[in-house]
Write a protein of this length. Structure first.
Length: 132
């Protein structure tokens, strides 16, 4: 008897489907804690630096990217998995983080974002009022 499980190829299940299943695979992120900072490594394959935007508002760090894989090629696509369009993802980093505490570098399809930890002693100083 033929073993159907080992010969199964899920590629053909959705061969002619227009269903998009990219949302769970976009911007995969690893976050590490170091002594003085947090480091985020975010996958952004084939995204250029000029097509990437990082903003900080109300304690949320938002990363937006535009994917552009549009090339005019001869023929009609029967199946296409390479994506194009826009995506963004927000991460809560805390209301004490300032834009000067964030740095970023995009290399080989990985956006590395470093966020300096807020010094608890400095944080306390900012909120205290000196009494004369």
């Amino acid at each position: 008897m033929r073993n159907y499980i080992t010969n199964y190829d899920p590629f053909f299940d959705n061969f002619f489907s227009d269903e998009k299943k990219y949302s769970s695979n976009m911007m995969r992120t690893d976050i590490r804690e170091l002594d003085k900072s947090y480091v985020m490594e975010i996958e952004l394959p084939k995204v250029k630096k000029e097509d990437t935007k990082i903003s900080l508002k109300d304690g949320y760090l938002t990363i937006s990217a535009t994917y552009n894989n549009e090339e005019q090629k001869e023929g009609k696509y029967l199946h296409r998995e390479r994506r194009y369009g826009e995506c963004s993802r927000s991460y809560y980093v805390g209301s004490d983080v300032k834009i000067k505490d964030v740095s970023a570098k995009l290399k080989d399809g990985v956006l590395t974002v470093s966020i300096k930890k807020v010094d608890e002693k400095e944080k306390e100083k900012e909120h205290l009022v000196a009494i004369e």
